[in-house]
Structures are given as C-alpha cells and as structure tokens.
Design a protein around this ligand. Structure first.
Ligand SMILES: [Zn+2]
Length: 307
C-alpha cells in the first residue's frame, strides 16, 4: 500500500513556511535558552512541537512503505518502516540529500535490512533527491541545493552548487520531506552526507546525540561555524528549531566499503536504541513470613535435622 501526499505537501508546507516566518525566531531563542539552561539530551524546549496524540495515531496507522512525494522530474520519494508502528520511539535515517553523495544510501540500505532495536521504529528514506542521484550531482533537477531550501534561516543567493532556490521550500523534494517530518516527528533524525568524515557537535540542543553518533561511527567531532553561512536553510536546523527531537548531520568519509556500511548501520541503530528507556522491573512484594510453625517446609525440617 502506498500513499501520495503531493497536494497535502503543498498545503501543509505553505502553512509551515508562513508560520516559520513569524514564529521561528522566537522558537530559536527559546530553544537556545532552554538548551543552555539544561544542556541535556532530554531537555525539551516547551514551545517546540512534540509527538502528541495525533502523531501517535498517524504512526499507528501508517503503512510500512509510503511515497512521501515526488521529485521535480516525477520520481517517487519513498519512506519505509522497520519495527512496530506502535513502538514508542522513532529514528529516521535519511540516506541521501545530495545526489553526488552515495555512501549514505549504502548505509541506509543496510539499516533497512537489520532488525530494529526493541521499542524503536526505524524509518528509512534512501534518497530525498532521486533526480540528483541519477545525475550524480549535488542539487536537484532545478539546480537547487535542497539543504539550503528549508524554511528556517533561508537566505536568497545567486546560482551556485549551494543555490537555495527562488524562495523557502520552493522544491517538491523539500516539501515532501518537511511534510513527512511534520507527520512523523521522529525523536532522532540522522541525515547522512559526505565526505567530511565528521559530525557537527556545536548545537547545545543536540550535542549529546551528536557525540554519541560520532563515537559510534568513529567520526571526528567538529564545530561547524553556522554563523558564517553553511547552515542557512538546512533540514537539520529547521527540524531542530521546530521540533523537540534531535536532527544530526553526519558526514561520512569519501569512500564507504560494504563492510563499513554494515558497521555504520549497526552503529546508527545502537545509538537509536538509546532512545528507548530501559525496562524497569518492579520490585517484588515480600511474601509475609508465617508466624506459626504448624506447616514447616521440608527444607526447613531438613535444616533443623542437620543442625
Ligand atoms: Zn551533503
């Protein structure tokens, strides 16, 4: 069963873009203040969107394979789920945003065939840029860098490999992904890129998860200077400024061999497993000790005999 959201994507992201204009600066300030105040992975800025009843209801009825939208040239953008739709925690792995970066798709393919950790549903989008993937180029078919096209912090710029598009959320691939994220509201989003061999750990809100991913994937921990430009209109900055969950950009090495892809997939799932609270075993209620000796047990009798 598949579902297409092309019309819904346009409507919802138009609303998202309009709302982002007015609300996001406030959300960003709040998020930063709260993250600095608590500086833990679980600190939830109160104004950020969380997974409420409607999100849980959507997850529970979502098919395990969804066409979340179509590219500018009409190719399907597909999301698949592993694990139970009622699992309480959600990990989303995006294999590819830039068509010239294939390693993440190999890792995502391995994630899709591994058993998800207990209590975790794992969603995989192999690529949100199928046109760029076919052409093996960074941008989509219109020449837009999708990781500069999201509604948060979008800035106008001239054409280059970082062209942000004519306006925020202008591309169908961006809208498809934004609407999917709005529906799913994952606890952790891992966005795979190449080839800087590192994880950005500069965000206070997502620091714990970034460090966990860098450690598990054996990648360098770096601080990306977002203030000087590279973070304009990125998917992760939009997600982190809008939702409670954490979105992390992971820069894989230039080459990822098949054995490395399997290692990376297991590493990502091991970090995802940390989303699930440990099962606590209730303390057993002590059985009252009999106060009479009328029904002494055989062992008690034997013990008495031995002494
Ligand atoms: Zn990239």
């Amino acid at each position: 069963m598949t579902t297409t959201w092309t019309r819904a994507a346009v409507a919802v992201v138009a609303a998202l873009a309009a709302a982002a204009t007015a609300v996001v600066p406030l959300l960003a300030v709040e998020a930063q203040a709260q993250a600095q105040a608590h500086d833990t992975a679980t600190a939830a800025p109160v104004l950020l969107r969380s997974a409420g009843a409607s999100t849980l209801a959507w997850r529970a009825t979502a098919p395990a394979r969804i066409v979340i939208g179509r590219s500018r040239l009409g190719r399907d953008i597909v999301a698949v789920r592993r694990g139970s739709p009622t699992a309480g925690k959600v990990l989303l792995v995006l294999g590819q945003m830039h068509g010239s970066e294939p390693a993440g798709r190999a890792v995502a393919a391995k994630v899709a065939v591994l058993a998800p950790p207990a209590g975790l549903q794992v969603w995989i989008v192999s690529t949100m840029n199928p046109d760029g993937s076919v052409a093996r180029r960074r941008t989509n078919a219109r020449g837009v860098d999708l990781n500069r096209n999201f509604p948060y912090g979008w800035v106008r710029a001239v054409r280059s490999i970082y062209y942000p598009g004519p306006f925020r959320g202008s591309e169908p691939e961006t809208r498809a992904m934004a609407v999917f994220l709005e529906r799913l509201r994952p606890d952790l989003v891992v966005s795979l890129h190449q080839a800087f061999n590192s994880v950005d750990v500069s965000s206070a809100k997502t620091h714990v998860w970034a460090v966990r991913l860098a450690t598990a994937l054996k990648l360098r921990q770096v601080a990306v200077p977002c203030g000087t430009g590279p973070c304009h209109g990125t998917m992760t900055s939009w997600y982190n400024s809008t939702y409670v969950g954490a979105a992390i950009t992971v820069e894989l090495p230039r080459a990822v061999r098949p054995s490395w892809a399997t290692y990376d997939a297991r590493a990502i799932l091991s970090v995802g497993a940390l989303l699930v609270p440990p099962i606590t075993t209730p303390t057993p209620t002590p059985t009252p000790t009999p106060t009479t000796t009328a029904t002494a047990s055989p062992s008690a009798t034997a013990s008495s005999v031995a002494s």
